[in-house]
Design a protein around this ligand. Structure first.
Ligand code: GLY
Length: 371
C-alpha cells in the first residue's frame, strides 16, 4: 500500500514514499544510500518518545546503527542556539561528508535538521522522516530548510534537497486531532491552488481521512506531494510558480505574528483562514465566482476547522496593523506585497496588484464580524 512520488531534480532527484509501514522499513530503504551502516538522527522529545524505538528497530533490521539528539518540541527550537547545538552534536558524532543525517519529526525538526545538514562540512545528505501531516504534505518535500530570526520566520536558511523522504502515514494516528486538521489546511491548499478535481475529492473524502481511514490518508498525502513535486521540479528556487504554494500565507503570516506564534493559531489553521480570505478577496475583485469563497468555507466548517477571523480567540490588531504585518513578509519585493489570488477553485495565480482599499475593507469587515 506504499505510493512513491519522484521529485525529478537532475542529480538532486529523490523519491517520496508514502505508506503505513515506513518506519519499520526505513533500514531497507535507507541502506542503499549509505557508505557505512550508521546514521545520526535529529528529532524532538515528543516524537522521540513515540517513534524513536520504531526507527531504531527499522534501521537495525538492515544492520544500521543510530545515535539520536532529541531537542525540545516547538517553534522556538528553530533558532540559532539549537542549530549550533545540532551542528556541534553532529560533529561530535563524527558525521562525515558522505554520511547521512535523519530528520525525524514535524516541520520544525525537518527545517532545522535539514539546515544543519546543509551547512555541516559544506553539505551532507539527509533523509526526511516527517511525522506531522503538515510536514508530510509540505515542508519535508522541496528542499527549503532554515531557522527563524527575531525579525521573522524562516529568514535564515538554504535550499538543500533531501536524498529520500519517508512519509509514514501510520504515524499520523498519534497526532492530536487539532494538529491533524492544521496539517489539513496545507492539503486543501493544493486543491485550491491547482487541482479542482482534488478539491472535489477532498469534499467527499477528507472527513474519512480525518477519521483515520488509511487509504484516504495515503491518497490525500500522495496527491498533495505529487502536486508539490511537480511545482518544485519546474521552479526549485521559487523564481516564479513555486510562490503558488504560498496561497493563504501572506494573511497567515500576519495572523501568526499578531497572535505571537502561539497556540492561539497554529500555522496550518492560519493557512486555512488565509485561503478563505484570499478567495473572498478574489471574489470581491471580480476575479473568481462569488460562490467559491462560500464553498471553501463550507468545506472548512465541515472539517471543524478555523475558517474566519472570528474563530481566533482573544484580541487582534486593526486592519492597518495587520497590513503592516503583511508588509514584513519575506515575499515583499520593492515594497510591494505578493498575493496569491484565484480565478476559481484550482486556478490560483500570483499578483502584486492588489488594491490597498479592497484589502483594507476585507480585513476591516472580517474583524468587525468578530464583535
Ligand atoms: N512551503 C512552501 C514551499 O515549499 O515552497
Amino acid at each position: 500500500m506504499t505510493e512513491i512520488v519522484h521529485v525529478p531534480l537532475g542529480n538532486r532527484a529523490y523519491d517520496v514514499h508514502i505508506g503505513p509501514d515506513l518506519l519499520a522499513r526505513s533500514g531497507t530503504l535507507i541502506a542503499p544510500l549509505l557508505r557505512r551502516p550508521r546514521v545520526a538522527v535529529i528529532t524532538d522529545e515528543n516524537v522521540a518518545a513515540l517513534h524513536l524505538d520504531a526507527l531504531r528497530d527499522g534501521l537495525a533490521r538492515a544492520g544500521i546503527t543510530m545515535e539520536a539528539l532529541a531537542l525540545p518540541p516547538g517553534e522556538a527550537t528553530k533558532s540559532w542556539p539549537h542549530l549550533t547545538r545540532s551542528v556541534e552534536w553532529l560533529l561530535a558524532q563524527k558525521i562525515e561528508r558522505k554520511d547521512m543525517v535523519i530528520a525525524l519529526g514535524g516541520g520544525v525538526i525537518g527545517d532545522l535538521a535539514g539546515f544543519a545538514a546543509a551547512i555541516l562540512r559544506r553539505g551532507v545528505r539527509f533523509v526526511q522522516l516527517p511525522t506531522s501531516l503538515l510536514a508530510q504534505v509540505d515542508s519535508s518535500v522541496g528542499g527549503k530548510t532554515g531557522i527563524n530570526a527575531p525579525q521573522g520566520k524562516n529568514l535564515i536558511g538554504a535550499f538543500h534537497q533531501p536524498s529520500l523522504v519517508l512519509a509514514d502515514t501510520a504515524v499520523l494516528g498519534t497526532l492530536a486531532p487539532r494538529d491533524f486538521l492544521a496539517g489539513y489546511g496545507e492539503v486543501v491548499k493544493y486543491g485550491l491552488l491547482g487541482d479542482y478535481a482534488f478539491f472535489e475529492w477532498l469534499e467527499a473524502n477528507a472527513p474519512r481521512a480525518a477519521a483515520g481511514d488509511m487509504a484516504a490518508r495515503i491518497t490525500a498525502v500522495t496527491r498533495s506531494v505529487q502536486m508539490k513535486a511537480d511545482i518544485v521540479a519546474r521552479d526549485e528556487t521559487e523564481e516564479g510558480e513555486r510562490a503558488l504554494l504560498n496561497l493563504g500565507h501572506t494573511f497567515c503570516h500576519a495572523l501568526e505574528a499578531a497572535t505571537g506564534y502561539s497556540d492561539r493559531l497554529l500555522h496550518g489553521e492560519g493557512v486555512a483562514i488565509g485561503c478563505a480570505l484570499a478567495f473572498e478577496l478574489s471574489a470581491r475583485l471580480g476575479l473568481c465566482p462569488q460562490e467559491d469563497p462560500s464553498r471553501l468555507r463550507a468545506h472548512l466548517r465541515q472539517m471543524n476547522m478555523k475558517t474566519d477571523l472570528s474563530d481566533i480567540k482573544g484580541d487582534l490588531p486593526d486592519a492597518d496593523a495587520l497590513i503592516s504585518l503583511m508588509a514584513q513578509d519575506k515575499k515583499v519585493a520593492d515594497g510591494k506585497l505578493t498575493f496569491i489570488l484565484a480565478r476559481g477553485i484550482g486556478q490560483a495565480f500570483i499578483t502584486r496588484e492588489v488594491p490597498h482599499d479592497a484589502l483594507h475593507r476585507l480585513l476591516s469587515e472580517a474583524l468587525a464580524n468578530r464583535r
